[in-house]
Design a protein around this ligand. Structure first.
Ligand code: ADP
Length: 572
């Protein structure tokens, strides 16, 4: 028996010496007892574990400690492993002064690994107190330990100290929040400031416009200069505000169904007076292969054209301006890629400056060099809009000869698209030859009968300016300074039209509009309500129209706009 036992110990020694040769070494192996060999192997592995970074520990399936590396012993202030062995989570929590919820979370995660037999990795642990008084954050991986029959016999945990990373993350988060708050404050300041500047400026513009109608000769010219300067300053402030807004967010451009051709026609009409004044020719070519209706951003398309055509007119003193819309590709039944080209025979842009002009506030002919007005943000805005529509913009230009801006925009084709009557040619939908004078100015009232107008406005300057303007075009104006008073007035009077300021004290413009529509109830009466506002975004415009208003205009209201509104809404 003894002989057998001795021989199996010898066999075991031999086996261990063979297998762990790299640990024990060839030289001393044969002199060692089996206990010494096992001891060397264990201490070898323990030293590997102890030099592992982070906390390494292995626990029973109940969560009680079996063993750990030196970092864990140090963390608890233990000098020997025996102090850790057999410890429950509750005891660890007490020793380490953990929050009871943290202790419970450690225990739950460990038991979960036992029950599911699956590792639980990359757990960001709640912080635990550090001996130096601070907090320590761990990122933990817990892995089940199996016996040869695939039963879970314990859990190994490896917790890495990520305190420094976490602190950096928190600092970054804090810095980001501070930066966002500062940027928000800047935007709010700009918005308030621009509102405060724009309101009196609107008064100056409106009053000078009225004066320019009342005065004659030199005095009229002076009033017109005042009006022009006011308008320039107004546009500049609006541009600055827009850039400040664009810096903080992407432009939301919700897709809508819109008639593409109508946008081009609108742009053409808008620029016709300026083109005529400068004696330029103007054509708008439209490719009839473009589906009638497109699904995309109407506002974005309009804005891009507005700025590009505006520049073309501004930087061209002779020759022509042309806008071309062409179906570039129709990859399938649902998509249409359209190229919009705006071409002019103006001053052109040198090759080496063609990238720079898309930077904000970049102008090749700054104000102090005279000649052209501008703030250098038009193309920056165009670029932003084009990006938001997932489009591309290209420029070809030669100094002294002219410029061509090409914008390629992918649109969707609506499922319901009336494509009847399409002849597949391309047509000129608009042409103006520089020597013709065929468009009547929009400064005549269609109907001369006096209109009763309710003006809802709290600002005294605006009240005076708008009422004088309306009176000058044959309106009788009642003025109230709040939404509440507007409702009272409408209970007893029937107005032909209501001009409603949006930024009122008390009830807001959209609430007032809803209340007025409610007041009309089922009666057939429907008084047009026109919103007047210092600045209107596309989303705000939608909101106002939904509340029951008929139209939205930016202040200051010009005489031409007022006539247009009366012609449109009060022509009997
Ligand atoms: P702004 O026109 O208000 O100065 P933009 O950002 O629209 O600002 O244009 C930046 C600059 O690019 C202009 O100041 C001008 O120098 C140049 N530029 C833009 N469009 C044209 C054009 N069609 N022809 C010549 N130069 C142009």
């Amino acid at each position: 028996m003894k002989h057998t036992s001795n021989s199996s110990v010898a066999q075991l020694s031999e086996l261990l010496l063979q297998r762990y040769k790299h640990i024990i070494g060839d030289q001393h192996g044969p002199d060692l007892t089996v206990e010494q060999i096992v001891e060397r192997i264990i201490s070898y592995y323990e030293s590997i574990i102890s030099c592992m970074p982070g906390n390494v520990y292995w626990l029973e399936t109940t969560g009680h400690g079996i063993g750990c590396n030196k970092n864990v012993l140090d963390m608890f202030g233990f000098s020997s492993m025996s102090q850790f062995t057999g410890m429950s989570f509750e005891e660890m929590g007490q020793t380490g002064h953990w929050d009871p919820r943290t202790t419970q979370s450690f225990k739950n995660d460990t038991l979960e690994v036992v029950t599911t037999k699956k590792p639980k990795l990359h757990v960001q642990e709640p912080p635990i107190p550090h001996v130096d008084g601070g907090q320590i954050f761990f990122l933990t991986n817990r892995v089940p330990l199996f016996d040869d029959k695939n039963n879970v016999i314990g859990v190994v945990g490896i917790s890495t100290d990520v305190t420094e990373l976490k602190n950096t993350q928190n600092e970054l988060k804090e810095a980001k929040e501070q930066a966002e708050a500062a940027s928000q404050a800047k935007s709010e300041f700009l918005e308030n400031m621009s509102h405060d500047v724009k309101t009196p400026l609107a008064g100056i513009i409106g009053t000078s416009e009225l004066l320019s109608y009342r005065l004659e000769g030199d005095n009229r010219e002076l009033a017109e200069t005042l009006l022009l300067s006011g308008r320039q300053l107004f546009t500049f402030i609006e541009n600055c505000l827009e850039v400040a807004k664009l810096e903080n967010r992407n432009i939301p451009l919700p897709p809508e169904h819109f008639q593409f051709r109508a946008v081009l026609e609108e742009i053409a009409q808008l620029f016709l007076p300026a083109v005529k004044t400068k004696g330029l020719s103007f054509t708008v070519d439209y490719d009839d292969n473009i589906p009638d209706y497109l699904l995309g951003s109407r506002a974005g398309t309009y804005r891009v054209l507005l700025n590009l055509v505006g520049n073309a007119v501004k930087f061209t003193s002779s020759g022509h301006i042309s806008i071309r819309a062409k179906l570039n590709k129709r990859p399938n039944d649902r998509e249409a890629i359209v190229t919009l080209t705006v071409e002019d025979t103006g001053i052109g842009i040198p090759k080496d400056k063609q990238k720079k002009i898309f930077e904000r506030f970049s102008r090749l002919t700054p104000s102090y060099k005279g000649t052209f007005e501008g703030s250098g943000i038009g193309l920056y805005i165009v670029q932003k809009f084009v990006n938001s529509m997932h489009g591309e913009i290209y420029i070809e230009s030669e100094e002294g000869k002219g410029s061509q801006f090409k914008v390629v925009i992918p649109y969707m084709i609506p499922l319901l698209n009336n494509e009847e009557n399409i002849d597949t040619t391309h047509s000129t939908i608009f042409r103006y030859e520089s020597n013709k004078r065929d468009i009547p100015a929009n400064d005549m009232l269609n109907n001369e009968s006096a209109k009763l107008v309710l003006l809802v406005e709290d600002n005294l300057i605006a009240q005076r300016m708008e009422s004088t303007l309306l009176e000058s075009i044959n309106c009788q104006v009642d003025i109230v300074d709040s939404g509440e008073n507007a409702i009272k007035s409408c209970e007893t009077n029937h107005y032909d039209i209501i001009f409603l300021d949006i930024g009122l004290p008390g009830m807001q413009g959209d609430e007032v509009a809803k209340a007025l529509r409610k007041l009309e109830g089922d009666s057939h009466q429907h008084t047009p309500i026109i919103a007047l506002t210092a600045h209107v975004s596309d989303d705000a415009r939608e909101k106002y129209l939904e509340s029951g208003m008929n139209d939205v205009y930016s202040k200051p209201l010009s005489r031409e706009q007022a006539i247009h509104i009366l012609n449109k809404y009060c022509s009997d």
